[in-house]
Design a protein. Structure first.
Length: 102
């Protein structure tokens, strides 16, 4: 079938640049990657990957009541005392790895 349909989408320039750099390394034109994505949507009858919230809830301390804040602090203290905690440096490195591209 001839490719005659057009797709116009707005995307963050940095996201586009990074993705196209990877696609170029793989030798796949962006239009082919988009076609592959659409075909997977058809085959999977939905998105070809999970779209869900992370397992853990990110707390916004500024929105917690005093009671909720005390509860969270007590949970953290109990985890530390039971040996489930990890050093702060390790926790920060883990979180940085989750938000920074490799």
């Amino acid at each position: 079938m001839a490719k005659t349909a057009n797709l116009y989408a707005r995307i963050e320039p940095d996201v586009k640049e990074q993705a196209e750099e990877i696609l170029n390394t793989l030798g796949i034109p962006a239009s082919n990657a988009i076609t592959m994505f659409y075909k997977q949507i058809i085959l999977q009858r939905g998105l070809p990957f999970d779209v869900k919230l992370p397992d853990h809830r990110i707390l916004n301390a500024s929105k917690l009541s005093d009671e909720e804040m005390n509860h969270e602090l007590e949970k953290g203290y109990a985890e530390i005392m039971s040996g489930k905690g990890i050093p702060a440096k390790e926790a920060f490195e883990k979180e940085l790895n989750n938000i920074q591209p490799s």
